[in-house]
Design a protein around this ligand. Structure first.
Ligand SMILES: C[S@@+](CC[C@H](N)C(=O)[O-])C[C@H]1O[C@@H](n2cnc3c(N)ncnc32)[C@H](O)[C@@H]1O
Length: 259
């Protein structure tokens, strides 16, 4: 990446702009100035470290419909590899930023991916017209969706029973995390939410517990990885879960046991 584009992205991260009330307005105003340099700044596993692990592990079957929410520039789909990408009957890339989707459409066209389409929409609302999805993905998108409960519940409602959700993202642990989840040091739990929050990326201790609550865990990994220009390592996770055959209703809708 040229030094000029690199500086442009760094300046944008230091002085970000995200205006508007709707996700489509906010994300477009945030990404429009640097969408052209998005991929170069994050080339390889720089910054968004867990993408390879997520897309490499997604259990795909012939004829699947994969919906990638907050798909950005479509690099995730690139990481599926030709053979696994061709297995899918259909791949839908959903994003709230038109500028990011423009880069995605360009990639789709250049690669000749005939089974891939893009949709400009909010991840908490978009519903494919041709029935349930088989696989739903959020790659570094959940932390940018304020209504992330809504996004997860919406994904659950779109999936067929037995369908798969794949999520990778930044996170921080709770002070006293549930069994099976790592505990991060106090400085990590304090620093990273403030650091990333400046760029509209909201790290939470609740994403992973909620995913584990709504889905059967198929695969979970938690790791620390470097951030550009900083000596410290930031926590990431990869979660792959399966929608239970008989998914329980939303917790808020469960009948009250008290009399
Ligand atoms: C950090 S980027 C990740 C892009 C891509 N998934 C990747 O791994 O490189 C987050 C993406 O989520 C999109 N996004 C944020 N909120 C969204 C929402 N409510 N609905 C749809 N997309 C959203 C942003 O526009 C952006 O493209």
């Amino acid at each position: 990446m040229g030094i000029r584009s690199e500086l442009q992205v760094v300046r944008h991260m230091l002085f970000p702009r995200a205006r508007g009330t709707r996700p489509t307005e906010r994300m477009e105003s945030y990404y429009a100035p640097t969408a052209h340099a998005y991929d170069a700044f994050r080339a390889g596993d720089r910054l968004l470290h867990a993408r390879g692990a997520l897309y490499g592990r997604l259990p795909l079957r012939e004829g699947d419909h994969l919906v990638d929410f907050g798909a950005g520039t479509a690099t995730g789909i690139e990481r599926l590899g030709d053979e696994r990408r061709r297995l899918c009957r259909r791949i839908t890339l959903v994003d709230a930023s038109e500028s990011m989707l423009r880069v995605a459409r360009d990639r789709v066209e250049r690669r000749g991916w005939h089974n891939v389409t893009t949709v400009h929409a909010d991840a908490t609302r978009h519903r494919p017209s041709d029935g349930p999805a088989d696989v739903v993905v959020f790659s570094y998108a959940l932390t940018m969706i304020p209504d992330w409960f809504g996004a997860i519940d919406h994904a659950l409602s779109l999936l067929r029973p037995g369908g798969v959700i794949g999520v990778c993202d930044f996170h921080v642990s709770a002070k006293h995390p549930p069994a099976g989840l790592v505990r991060h040091a106090a400085w990590q739990r304090l620093l990273w939410p403030v650091w990333f929050g400046h760029n509209n990326v909201f790290l939470s201790a609740d994403h992973l517990p909620y995913l584990r609550h709504r889905f059967e865990t198929v695969h979970l990994e938690q790791c620390l990885a470097p951030v550009p220009y900083v000596r410290a390592r930031v926590p990431h996770y990869v979660f792959i879960g399966r929608k239970p055959a008989a998914a329980s209703p939303h917790p808020a809708e469960e009948p009250c046991a008290c009399s």
